[in-house]
Design a protein around this ligand. Sequence first.
Ligand code: ZN
Length: 496
Amino acid sequence: DRHMALIKDEDIQLVRERVRIDEIVEQYVTLKNAGGGARKGLCPFHDEKSPSFTVRPAQGFYHCFGCGVGGDSITFLREIEGLSFAEAVERLAAKTGVNLRYEEEDSTRPKRDAGQRQRLLDAHREASEFYAHQLGTSPEAAVGRQFVQDRGFDQTAAERFGMGWAPRGGEALVAHLRAKGFGDEDLVVGGLAARGSRGLYDKFRGRLLWPIREISGEVVGFGARRMFDDDRVEAKYLNTAETPIYKKSQVLYGLDLARRSISSQSQAVIVEGYTDVMACHQAGITTAVATCGTAFGEGHTRILRRLMLDNDAFRGEVVFTFDGDEAGRRAAMKAFTGDQQFVAQTYVAVEPRGMDPCDLRLADGDAAVRDLIASRVPLYRFVLKNTLAKFDLDRGDQRVDAVREAVALASSIRDRAKVEEFLREISSLVGVDVDHVRAELQRSNAQGKAGSGAVNRRGPAQPVQPDTQSAPQENITAGFGAPGLSDEREALKVII
Ligand code: ZN
């Protein structure tokens, strides 16, 4: 076993000389030239908003001024992938074409076992090849091939995304991987098999599979779609559970294929399913990714941020596609109260008929998918419209409540320039004068401060601006353009 052996020092040195550290780092982090030959990016080892992670290609070192980590390309790969020293050297040797030679095993030193992580990655690579072969050749996979075709994908697309088929029998993968020398423990820990009363059985049975790959392209898990009515697992989609190599909060499906486009176009499109990612890529939206069985969260934000760094600031745009249903609205509202800098760059693309990108492509073709993404609107406008939809804006009292609720949204925006834009939007959508919206914001801010300061518990806080006093709520006037006043407008035109 090569892992048991020791790599010759001169070969390690050769790897160090040949590898370009910026090329290795750039698989995970977008780097910008920072002068003096140095390159900078957002640190992958701590959460930061402005780049302090510095790479010096000429010296072959990296250093983070934020959290203090640093080292050479071998250290970087070890840290980011959780590899042993030998594994990292082997990975880099393969990249740089160095043929590693090993020392004879030294019995006085402890044997070096291949790390668990590497074994699990190896097992997943074998598994995905096995599954892909099944999808291409197995008679029982005909239903899977038909599904792929019905969703509008040809064989090339299925192969590009590594799609596979898990045989129904339930023991084929276990047998295959055992024959390749993998241990039962690794198959269970890695989520490929489970232990039953009669021994190990395949985790995925009679399902169509999408391998979930890390940014580097390594398979770390699978998404599996139910294909048979008698499938004992009810869930339509079954994903690998959390394992030492698969953390759903930090995985984006399609990122290995989208990484370069996200970085060069400073755009990421977030869709909901595996077939949606495929549909987008086929339609030319090569920045599309999806979360795997979880909501889009902080971990995902961080990954995208690192890729979209531009001139020391995050300038990329993130486009969420929602089908406009309640779940989508809730997700948007949640995103809205999250990372503010991120919110400012966040857009929403809603298909009016509620179609997802895959359905849309089937119905109207590739161009329709591109049009959907092009029709994106800022997240804040989408959230605002959804908030206002609850109110009957023809009624004065409802307009008062609508403004109050909309203004509460505005107070969660920290960027002052954005707040003003938002207030104008509220004004035009509700149909009230923008001064009243501003006054309401000041009133709400003042109330918030009084409440938190525990000074003025009794009665409403005094308004900061005198004009709010002269604007009791019932006097909020609708602007002429208010959508709820169209009848009145028409009547006035007739009179005039
Ligand atoms: Zn750092």
